[in-house]
Design a protein around this ligand. Structure first.
Ligand code: HEM
Length: 244
């Protein structure tokens, strides 16, 4: 495509993003950085097992960090870059494939994870929209409904997980995250050239182990607080007539 850009440099960036390898590299780089976010988010969330005060203290420190808005904008940019470029790369691949072309389905060619990348990607997007709307922006108005715990993010999260359908939705959604990562991590490493007959099988296992860890780690929260430890809410009865 003929680029109409302001300077030689911006032209080169534009051409890089338009090339198929450029898109792959950017999708992979954003994906790896998003994995970094998942690890830190999981580490923070696991504090819920330590207890409400530990989790709330961590959340408070995060909210008061002046760098938070920058980190949030960076995170949003990474999600958008990853989504938009992966959709464009998939469409370009499909357009380039001749009519009636059959993909080689030999050993190791396609895995359930690789075949469902678009579906799991869409599931994750839907999950993030619901997740951020309910947990961060309090759509559904559950915040402050637990007597004596109005300021507590811990009580807010527990309130949502007390709904078994909501907790189940989380388990399914983080299952989608795990499935997406089971192919995504090793695919990203291969894009960066980590591809060697000797090391590739080990890297594939590493990618799979990471995906399983992320799934088990995130799923443990809705499972435990949704189905085994709802009792924590007993300490704090809902505000009398307090529905919004
Ligand atoms: C299943 C367990 C999870 C729990 C308990 C959890 C908890 C939370 C909470 C409490 C917040 C709001 C923090 C605030 O009010 O500032 C939040 C924000 C967020 N979560 Fe999760 N989360 C989980 C899984 C995930 C997963 C799997 C993803 C990504 C695929 C994710 C992505 C996000 C994003 C993008 C935000 C907004 C971050 C921001 O703008 O500061 N979360 N999460």
């Amino acid at each position: 495509m003929e680029a109409n850009c302001a300077s030689k440099r911006s032209c080169r960036i534009f051409e890089f993003l338009e090339s198929s390898i450029g898109k792959k590299i950017m999708v992979a780089a954003a994906g790896i950085l998003l994995c970094g976010f998942l690890v830190t988010h999981l580490a923070g969330n696991l504090l819920m097992f330590v207890g409400g005060p530990a989790f709330d203290h961590y959340a408070e420190a995060l909210v008061h960090n002046p760098l938070l808005p920058v980190a949030e904008l960076g995170l949003l940019a990474l999600f958008l870059l990853h989504i938009v470029l992966s959709i464009r790369a998939t469409l370009a691949n499909r357009a380039a494939r001749p009519e009636g072309y059959q993909v080689y389905k030999g050993k190791g060619a396609r895995t359930p994870g690789s075949r469902t990348m678009a579906v799991t990607g869409l599931l994750i997007l839907a999950f993030i929209i619901v997740h951020v709307a309910t947990f961060k922006y309090d759509v559904g108005g559950l915040k402050g409904q637990v007597a004596g715990q109005e300021e507590s993010l811990f009580a807010h999260v527990l309130g949502w997980f007390a709904n078994p359908w909501y907790a189940l939705f989380y388990v399914l959604a983080v299952g989608g995250v795990g499935f997406h990562l089971s192919h995504g991590v090793q695919s990203a490493l291969q894009t960066f050239g980590v591809n060697h007959p000797r090391y590739t099988p080990a890297l594939k296992r590493l990618g799979l182990a990471f995906a399983v860890l992320i799934f088990v780690g995130f799923a443990s929260l809705p499972v435990y607080f949704g189905f085994f430890h709802k009792a924590d809410l007993a300490c704090c009865a809902p505000v009398e007539g307090g529905s919004k």
